[in-house]
Design a protein around this ligand. Structure first.
Ligand code: HOZ
Length: 427
């Protein structure tokens, strides 16, 4: 595969951008090789500056559930752009967006828009602390909630990929307020509540972990968190930045029937533009400025373009049969890929919830950070490179999630399965 233009761009970029990228995992340091620089994307395909076209399972790390440049989203954006790109004032679109979100996600009485998932989790934490009057929060090893100071402790995603789960630059005083439990292990949470009675503001969790690879919650885990937080006067915050509108209209909470106090959203609700949102029970949300004492604000919050793209996306997702289609496509792909690995005699742990998937290169079941870390990342790297050379664009790390979009056709999925078989034969 010719990547000359991408390589030249990377050389230029490295002189002025750290590692040449604006987000660490994009540098391909853990898988080796050169990241293709992208020129354009359409439907299920993404094309680099050298003219190579790939079948895309990164989906911009989740938002592009409809596929890239969906005609209705593009048309809506074109119209919106002509009316101006930012007003810094309330708009009717924001009201419609909030109405769509609260209608789809029953635990959210009220919602506020921000500009990224990181902003959403950061604001939700401050609100939880302001509302409860407690400082400590519990997060889970390997869960990633954006690059918020308090949450870059034992973090997944790039932190896990590069072996820096605890970031430098986070004041120790702040890190001390973050207690870390094991995902899918209620006893580890119970112990923290016992050791810090009356001090814990909230438990924040990805209800389906998506940043240490993809790990579904075990039976009773989310229910246990709900009971324990209620019993101990702490809030339960679901970080549904990845899962919101991905595994169903009401996210993972709808899928598993849990009623969290607060929810963080992002990715899909921006339809590919920068958006986040946090919301929850109205008595909690009333503590946000200007109604209450917890301050939060943003120049581009509720930006008309981002809300337009998100709103159009949500309206398409509400149409009949959309999630059924996603389920069928992802199930077909997962089955084919699993068979290809089995035929090649390579053990993997194949995880899938709806259109989210991950194949861990290990023969032991994966249920938390430690078991995910047992994966053979060297083998994953070789597989990744082989797939890229076959025109399949996947996340360049074992510890991320793959996404199927509505734009993937049966032919795309078959081509992907064939590529898997071919690459595995060469490993
Ligand atoms: N850590 C992000 C996904 N879990 C990656 C975002 C990006 O590189 O765009």
């Amino acid at each position: 595969m010719k990547l000359d233009t991408s390589i030249a761009l990377m050389e230029r970029a490295r002189k002025i951008i750290p590692a040449g990228v604006n987000s660490p995992v994009r540098a391909y340091l853990s898988v080796g090789g050169h990241p293709p620089f992208i020129r354009e994307a359409k439907g299920a395909y993404i094309t680099d500056v050298d003219g190579n076209t790939y079948i895309d399972y990164v989906a911009s790390w989740g938002p592009m559930i409809l596929g890239h440049a969906h005609p209705r989203v593009v048309e809506a954006l074109n119209d919106a752009t002509r009316r101006g790109t930012s007003y810094g004032a309330p708009t009717p679109l924001e009201v419609e967006m909030a109405e769509e979100i609260v209608a789809a996600v029953p635990s959210m009485d009220w919602v506020r828009m921000v500009s990224s998932g990181t902003e959403a989790t950061m604001s939700a934490l401050r609100l939880a602390r302001g509302y409860t009057g407690h400082n400590k929060i519990i997060k889970f090893e390997g869960c990633y909630h954006g690059h918020v100071d308090s949450l870059l402790v034992k973090a997944g995603s790039g932190g896990m990929t590069f072996g820096t789960p605890d970031s430098a630059g986070v004041p120790q005083g702040l890190a001390r307020e973050t207690l870390v439990a094991r995902y899918n292990d209620l006893t580890s949470v119970e112990e923290l509540f016992m050791n810090y009675p009356g001090e814990i503001a909230a438990v924040i969790v990805e209800p389906i972990a998506g940043n240490m690879g993809m790990i579904p919650p075990g039976a009773g885990f989310l229910e246990g968190l709900r009971d324990m937080t209620r019993k101990n006067g702490a809030l339960l915050i679901f970080d549904e930045v990845i899962t919101g509108f991905r595994v169903g209209l009401s996210g993972a909470q709808g899928l598993y029937g849990i009623d969290p106090d607060m929810t963080c959203l992002g990715k899909i609700i921006g339809g590919g533009l920068p958006v986040g949102a946090f919301g929850g029970k109205s008595d909690i949300m009333k503590a946000i400025a200007p109604l209450g004492p917890v301050y939060q604000a943003g120049t581009l919050s509720g930006n008309p373009l981002a809300v337009t793209a998100g709103l159009t996306t949500l309206r398409i997702l509400k149409e009949e049969g959309v999630y059924k289609q996603l389920e069928e496509k992802a199930a077909y792909l997962a089955k084919g890929v699993k068979t290809a690995f089995k035929d090649a005699g390579i053990s993997i742990q194949s995880h899938r919830v709806g259109s989210m998937f991950c194949n861990f290169f290990t023969d032991t079941p994966v249920r938390d950070y430690d078991t995910a870390k047992a994966s053979d990342t060297g083998l994953f790297g070789r597989y990744f490179t082989g797939m890229l050379n076959e025109g399949i664009y996947m996340a360049p790390s074992q510890f991320e999630t793959g996404f199927v979009s509505l734009a993937h056709t049966r032919e795309d999925l078959d081509r992907t399965i064939e590529a898997v078989s071919k690459v595995l034969r060469g490993l």
